[in-house]
Design a protein. Structure first.
Length: 197
């Protein structure tokens, strides 16, 4: 490999080191601002390092067919240390401001959706539920009134029929008296049990 290709690889690795530092700082600030759970951070660290390794290796494949030499690590080291020495504080501040702006924008959009869509939707649903309740009560009242109206002619027939059923009523009178007696006893026992502490 000629010197120009080696310098190109070093420059590529230097840029990779800078990119790794930027992504790490943004990830660190984002995990703090979005209150990521502590137990989730090791898994996210593994994802970060796996993505960084794949990214560096894919760039290395394009620049020197994937040969891992000492100058590859030298370029990465210079890029990372140079970034953390020169740009880290600026990137942390900028990423914090950008994340705060994004959070504020999402909160504003959520409030707007809640005010313009969700609140009217739930208000309409509650109104419809009340209207259905009122409609049900009116329908039930109309059906009861209609039932009384239809049963009124039968009441005259019932008044005429009731005395005619006297012999049958006398036959079943002991049974009805027995059930009434049982009902009365049950009521007395229940009242007695209620009085006990």
């Amino acid at each position: 490999m000629n010197a120009a290709a080696q310098w190109m690889t070093i420059a590529s690795m230097l840029m990779c080191g800078l990119a790794m530092g930027i992504v790490f700082d943004v990830y660190r600030v984002a995990s703090h601002r979005f209150h990521v759970a502590r137990w989730l951070l090791p898994a996210l660290d593994v994802v970060y390092w796996a993505a960084a390794t794949l990214g560096v290796f894919s760039i290395l494949l394009g620049s020197n067919q994937g040969e891992v030499r000492l100058y590859v690590f030298l370029g990465l080291g210079i890029g990372v240390t140079g970034y953390f020495g020169l740009f880290s504080n600026l990137v942390v501040k900028l990423s914090g401001i950008i994340i705060d702006i994004i959070k504020s924008l999402f909160q504003f959009l959520w409030k707007m959706v809640n005010t313009m869509l969700l609140t009217p939707f739930f208000w309409i649903v509650r109104l419809l539920a009340k209207l259905i309740d009122i409609l049900f009560i009116i329908t039930a009242a109309l059906l009861l009134w209609l039932g009384k109206l239809l049963l009124r002619p039968l009441s005259a027939f019932g008044r005429w029929l009731w005395p005619k059923l006297l012999p049958i009523r006398r036959t079943f009178e002991p049974i009805t008296r027995f059930f009434k007696h049982l009902q009365e006893r049950w009521r007395q026992i229940r009242d007695l049990l209620k009085k006990k502490p």
